[in-house]
Write a protein that binds this ligand. Structure first.
Ligand code: IMP
Ligand code: MG
Length: 177
């Protein structure tokens, strides 16, 4: 902990798991019997994807991890989204998985790149949706929880690489100056 900073639970670990199981059932119904490529956005979606993918009963599922980065350590997005390791996905049905949909820049940028790479269909799935901060015209097909306009940490969400390991999704309060 950095002196003076605090965080408080917004969504408890048990509630996250319960919701993920529901989402897994819904996605299983939707993609049963299909060949599906799950594309997971590192680093933030790592916890969510690990739990969600284990709830999917889709035998034809393959998983690809790629990086999309727009933050340079703090609470402010740079506005530019850098992508690494885009998958080869021509003709494939893709499920794009991220931790949080905020301004929408990340999802929009990756969606466009997958489309350009020839994906036949793209569905999007996020654990958290912060609709109050949207700057792009994009919504997610599957959403775990709608959250208020606060900076969140835990369950994969970080501040400068820290607090990602917290089991709950928490509201972060910086040290007061
Ligand atoms: P967007 O591009 O603004 O939609 O933001 C998406 C990315 O920013 C997510 O994949 C997260 O990695 C990061 N992000 C957005 N809001 C938060 C937050 O409250 N806490 C931590 N990371 C966030
Ligand atoms: Mg991210």
């Amino acid at each position: 902990m950095t002196a003076g900073e605090r965080y408080r639970t917004l969504i408890a670990a048990e509630d996250i798991q319960q919701r993920i199981e529901q989402m897994g059932q819904e996605l299983t119904r939707r993609f049963a019997g299909q060949n599906l490529l799950a594309v997971v956005l590192l680093d933030g979606a790592v916890m969510f994807a690990a739990d969600l993918l284990r709830c999917l009963q889709v035998p034809g599922l393959r998983t690809h991890f790629m990086r999309a980065a727009s933050y340079h350590g703090g609470m402010q997005s740079s506005g530019k989204v850098a992508l690494t390791d885009l998958p080869r996905c021509r003709g494939q049905s893709v499920l794009l998985i991220d931790d949080i949909l905020d301004s929408g820049r990340t999802l929009q940028r990756v969606y466009a790149a997958l489309h350009e790479a020839g994906a036949a269909a793209i569905s999007t799935c996020v654990l958290l949706d912060k609709p109050g901060q949207r700057e792009c015209a994009i919504e997610s097909d599957y959403v775990g929880f709608t959250v208020p306009e606060a900076f969140l940490v835990g369950y994969g969400l970080d501040i400068g690489g820290r607090l990602r390991h917290l089991p709950d999704v928490c509201v972060y309060e910086p040290p007061s100056r």
